[in-house]
Design a protein around this ligand. Structure first.
Ligand code: ZN
Length: 192
């Protein structure tokens, strides 16, 4: 940050009195610009086809970061929307899928990226979906066909690993998990 969004003045990093962290503070109007984590919300869209086979909808990213890699539909929560509303909106924006019955499944603390990722289980109400400006490809994958080595983010990977494991037992216990730098490497090694 270089300039104050309140008055356009220059900012410098200082610790405000009574605080214990460096903050960007305006040199002109003294406004303190607090910066806090962003929330990413997404879904695990589930579809049962005519043969009774269970499938998950994945999107191939048409945008950076991780352009060309597969992801669960997800994106940043907006102001004035609930986490499940945001997850449903992002799913529509990235896949045009018609989903319902959202249920929270995983909350990931991604502290090194200043983010919290929330994934909801969701039912696809029909088999319709399509590519969008954000997704160059959208496809249903059976559990045996999930492109594990081409997934975009560690939290997507972990959500899918857990979901596939839980699905056989039918018990989708909610968990909160911390994801650190080493997690991605360990997960990739585990599926080779
Ligand atoms: Zn200012």
């Amino acid at each position: 940050m270089k300039f104050c969004s309140q008055c356009g003045g220059s900012v410098t990093q200082r610790i405000p009195s009574g605080d214990n962290r460096l903050r960007y503070i305006c040199n002109d109007c003294n406004f303190v610009h607090y910066q806090n984590p962003n929330v990413v919300v997404g879904t695990i869209p589930l579809y049962v086809d005519e043969q009774g086979e269970v499938k998950i909808l994945l999107c191939r990213r048409n945008i950076e970061p991780r352009h060309g890699f597969w992801t669960l539909p997800a994106g940043f929560l907006e102001n004035d929307e609930t986490s499940s509303e945001g997850a449903q909106r992002e799913t529509i924006e990235e896949s045009c899928a018609n989903i319902d019955n959202l249920a929270i499944y995983r909350v990931f603390n991604v502290a090194h990226a200043n983010q919290i990722h929330m994934f909801f289980r969701a039912d696809m109400m029909d088999g319709s979906f399509s590519t969008t400006s954000e997704s160059s490809d959208v496809r249903l994958f059976g559990f045996d066909d999930i492109p594990w080595s081409e997934l975009a983010f560690p939290t997507v990977h972990k959500a899918l690993v857990d979901f596939v494991a839980d699905h056989s037992g039918g018990d989708f216990a909610i968990e909160m998990i911390d994801i650190d730098h080493g997690y991605w490497k360990a997960m990739i090694e585990s599926v080779k």
